[in-house]
Ligand binder design. Sequence first.
Ligand code: HEC
Ligand code: HEC
Ligand code: HEC
Ligand code: HEC
Ligand code: HEC
Ligand code: HEC
Ligand code: HEC
Ligand code: HEC
Ligand code: HEC
Ligand code: HEC
Length: 334
Amino acid sequence: MKTRSAILALLASVALAWSGGAAAQAASAPAPAPAASAPAKAKKVNPNLPYSEKGADTCLGCHDEEADSLTFTTAGVFKTRHAHRGDARGPFGPGKLQCEACHGPAGRHAADGKEIDTINSLKANSKLPVEKRNEPCLDCHQGNARTAWHAGAHDRERLACTDCHRLHVERDAVLAKTSEPEVCLRCHNKQRADFQKASSHPVRHGRMGCSDCHSAHGSASASTLNKPTVNQTCYSCHADKRGPLLWEHAPVAEDCTLCHSSHGSVRAALLTKSPPLLCQQCHSVAGHPAVARTGAALPGGAGGGQIFLLAGSCTNCHSQVHGSNHPAGAKLMR
Ligand code: HEC
Ligand code: HEC
Ligand code: HEC
Ligand code: HEC
Ligand code: HEC
Ligand code: HEC
Ligand code: HEC
Ligand code: HEC
Ligand code: HEC
Ligand code: HEC
């Protein structure tokens, strides 16, 4: 363990020495000079403070193995994409601010390890408001997936990027399908229960992640789905249900959740209710009585048994409940 971290630290410092020149220069100029070379937006976190003398090298003098804990290693950040030195967009790219690209100007803190409040710790217990904590991240990441961030429920609920993301670890759990749900389910307890139900989308087996259907960063659709509507989201995997069909069943084309729970259900096939009740929410009981009103309707009764009761459930006859392509499939029976 120790050797591994030592090698890492070594790798880190070699790489820093290689690219450090420009960064250190940018950083060591007296304030407010860094404004010229630093990306203009990176300064917003704490505009009046100086940057450290030698960038990451300054920090690593104190934030070394000794300071690491079971849950946090400073050097972990060097195993991530953020540490790519060739990437001019990244914190460790040529001329960039390195640690301080995320933590803000830490010149004062680095002088003696005090004045912790002057830096953006990005931690949940930070005194900075969430917008300030998210600022450095959004400065680099406002494109593509984050364009809807400010429209999403998570921004409205004032989540920080770091409520889901870990930046000092080689593998950020929320980015992998198998470990992502655990991150989400920390807050979404109802959904945790749903995915344990007998019939459920195979999230708990690691075959699906929440982000197969949801955009964690927000989207324009209800429940921040990946696609504009529920059905389009479902079709992205269940393409056979899209049709076109000769005989459509109206509710199927309208909204799958009229009959299915999206996450999990105690009934087979994720159904919200079991047939016949499921069907009788919309279809009159009168035509095909599915409950015995008199003894005569029961099997062996005077009436010889009601055919609709004998058949058990609507779907035994109307098996093509999602619609039919059979020329004679108008009643969804074939
Ligand atoms: C002179 C030693 C020293 C230097 C240099 C130093 N730090 Fe620190 N840093 C500390 C100490 C001590 C703490 C407090 C640790 C604790 O309480 O767990 C700390 C805490 C932090 C924290 C956590 C703050 C919090 O609220 O928990 C961050 C983030 C941090 N330092 C970043 C940096 C960065 C970035 C640099 C380089 C620009 C840097 N430090 C340079 C000593 C130093
Ligand atoms: C890409 C952004 C980013 C970069 C670059 C970065 N950090 Fe961090 N750092 C974070 C985030 C986010 C946290 C909050 C805890 C976490 O996510 O693991 C953090 C937490 C910390 C902490 C507090 C740990 C604790 O739990 O008390 C220290 C100390 C720290 N970073 C030091 C550094 C140093 C030193 C560097 C440069 C070698 C650096 N960071 C580079 C994002 C970054
Ligand atoms: C100086 C710019 C910069 C800053 C600041 C920054 N990032 Fe990044 N980030 C990047 C670049 C560049 C990449 C690599 C993108 C790529 O390879 O396409 C990246 C990658 C990522 C990834 C994907 C990692 C992976 O393994 O695929 C995540 C997640 C991420 N950043 C989150 C954050 C968060 C959260 C913060 C704020 C704590 C932050 N970033 C701050 C530039 C930055
Ligand atoms: C609710 C949890 C959550 C929050 C909060 C969150 N993310 Fe993410 N992020 C994810 C998930 C899940 C993925 C992987 C799936 C995906 O790309 O949508 C991801 C992927 C990423 C990626 C890499 C892939 C890409 O889209 O480029 C970046 C960069 C990123 N997030 C940045 C951010 C930033 C910046 C913030 C804060 C404004 C943030 N995230 C807040 C869950 C979250
Ligand atoms: C730190 C807590 C937290 C984490 C972690 C978290 N969420 Fe949320 N999420 C919330 C809160 C709070 C709301 C708003 C209240 C609600 O609808 O439950 C919300 C709302 C949502 C919504 C409903 C959006 C809407 O418009 O109705 C979805 C979908 C969602 N989250 C998915 C996710 C996914 C996927 C992840 C993991 C990648 C995740 N959440 C991680 C706290 C969290
Ligand atoms: C198969 C697609 C799919 C997957 C996978 C999925 N969801 Fe959903 N989720 C939906 C749909 C569709 C809705 C909106 C319709 C509804 O309420 O059923 C929704 C609604 C939500 C809501 C809004 C509140 C609610 O229950 O109506 C939250 C929160 C949520 N999902 C969280 C999660 C989390 C957390 C995960 C992963 C553990 C996840 N979802 C996985 C499809 C999915
Ligand atoms: C990312 C792909 C994906 C998306 C999107 C998706 N599903 Fe699924 N669905 C699956 C997988 C995988 C299974 C499990 C199949 C298996 O176990 O063989 C499944 C199973 C089902 C089942 C059958 C469950 C059972 O027990 O027989 C139903 C019903 C279902 N999905 C409905 C939906 C609905 C409704 C939506 C939209 C809200 C949706 N699915 C979106 C992948 C997806
Ligand atoms: C009118 C109610 C209803 C609607 C609306 C509905 N389903 Fe179903 N679905 C059912 C019933 C009932 C079953 C169980 C069929 C059985 O037992 O043979 C089922 C089974 C399934 C299955 C598993 C068996 C199979 O046929 O593959 C999937 C997947 C599925 N539905 C997806 C969807 C999707 C996607 C939508 C939306 C496009 C949707 N359903 C809309 C009633 C409905
Ligand atoms: C959300 C309401 C809703 C639910 C639930 C529902 N249906 Fe339907 N169903 C309709 C509508 C609307 C039509 C179209 C009626 C029309 O065209 O006059 C229809 C049409 C039908 C038809 C064709 C009728 C005809 O005259 O051509 C059959 C058969 C049928 N449904 C069976 C079922 C079965 C079996 C179930 C349960 C698995 C079910 N439905 C659940 C709304 C529903
Ligand atoms: C024993 C087989 C059988 C069962 C069980 C059955 N149906 Fe039917 N259903 C039929 C037949 C046959 C027709 C066609 C009648 C006709 O064409 O006149 C039909 C027609 C319909 C129609 C079209 C309207 C009409 O009267 O023509 C609807 C709606 C319908 N059934 C719904 C249901 C529902 C809901 C259930 C469950 C409560 C159900 N069916 C159970 C055989 C069945």
